[in-house]
Design a protein around this ligand. Structure first.
Ligand code: ATP
Length: 300
């Protein structure tokens, strides 16, 4: 009998993986663009994350054969450290994250996690080990509790509440008329951008992945909300290998390493202080953003 059920089990797993993928991706990965040709190798084994050491070795990639987007990227993100990727729009920052999640395979070089090539392991095990806090979180027309637990159907109420506390959204939920049973989404309570991001953070806390990708929202939040979210994000980064795709440099001052991507190459790398002292591209971007910030604060 168990033989009979195996194909169904497999289907269920594929379905769950897809649903999980959908929820994790949010708006970060335009699903319409997602190619279906990535398949597990016949002898693919499960990824074993012991520390969470992520490496990109001379990674090359283009969405189209005639246009290179990444032109030989080397990254070394030691276990538990934070790497921030910055650079002009279109430089290839989100593409790096898509490759780590194996939505595409590099055309050259390789990506490893704790020494295992990500093309050699099952996609299911790879994606189970990586959490994503996307720019825009998709909420379902269901309760806020369901939205937090999504992807971890077995989570207990106590776990959901602990995740909400960790994401600094528990206080907000407690004062809603129906608490965790309050309906949200298009046909329910509308959440602000900051509140939605906190739901995504709570989901990630429940998933508890050793590797984290944070895709910072491009749209500016007001400075108080930004400061609150920053505090929460820094709490979930602790103890995890984190890659932050950043637009505002003020949010990544603490990163262990900052990589400036420009036209598919690493133009500069170092710490915030080191890059400022260098007086190059990063220092220029920093000066420009500081001036913008001062203007915005004067207007607030
Ligand atoms: P931003 O800061 O604006 O988010 P980015 O640095 O994250 O930009 P990517 O999203 O990685 O940039 O895109 C890098 C380049 O690849 C861009 O020129 C973009 O137009 C192109 N690109 C992105 N996704 C696709 C796709 N699915 N098909 C073809 N080209 C794409």
């Amino acid at each position: 009998l168990s033989q009979l059920f195996r194909p169904l089990d497999l289907l269920g797993m594929v379905y769950r993986t897809i649903r999980q993928g959908v929820i994790d991706m949010g708006a970060m990965f335009d699903l319409i663009d997602t190619p279906a040709e990535i398949v597990d190798m016949p002898d693919a084994s499960a990824l074993h994350i012991s520390d969470g050491h992520v490496r990109f070795e001379n990674v090359r990639f283009g969405y189209d054969a005639d246009r290179a987007i990444l032109k030989g990227i080397d990254l070394d993100v030691p276990a538990g450290s934070t790497l921030a990727v910055v650079g002009p729009s279109g430089a290839g920052k989100s593409t790096l994250a898509r490759l780590l999640f194996r939505f595409y395979d590099p055309t050259g070089g390789r990506i490893t996690i704790d020494g295992q090539g990500i093309a050699q392991v099952t996609q299911q095990s790879l994606r189970a080990g990586i959490g994503i806090v996307p720019q825009d979180t998709v909420l379902f027309n269901d309760t806020i509790g369901y939205n937090i637990a999504y992807g971890r159907a077995d989570a207990t109420d106590a776990e959901v509440q602990a995740a909400a506390r960790g994401a600094a959204i528990a206080g907000f939920i407690d004062q809603l008329p129906d608490g965790y049973a309050t309906r949200v989404g298009e046909r329910g309570l509308k959440l602000s951008g900051g509140e939605k991001q906190r739901v995504a953070i709570a989901r990630t806390l429940l998933k508890d992945p050793p590797i984290l990708i944070l895709d910072e929202a491009t749209s500016a939040l007001d400075s108080r909300t930004e400061a609150e979210i920053q505090t929460t994000l820094q709490a979930i980064e602790r103890g995890r290998t984190t890659i932050v795709i950043a637009h505002r440099l003020s949010t990544i001052v603490h990163a262990d390493q900052i990589v400036v991507l420009d036209a598919g190459r690493v133009a500069e790398r170092g710490t915030h202080a080191g890059l400022l002292a260098k007086g190059g591209l990063y220092a220029e971007m920093w000066a420009r953003q500081q001036a913008e910030r001062e203007r915005a604060e004067a207007a607030e």
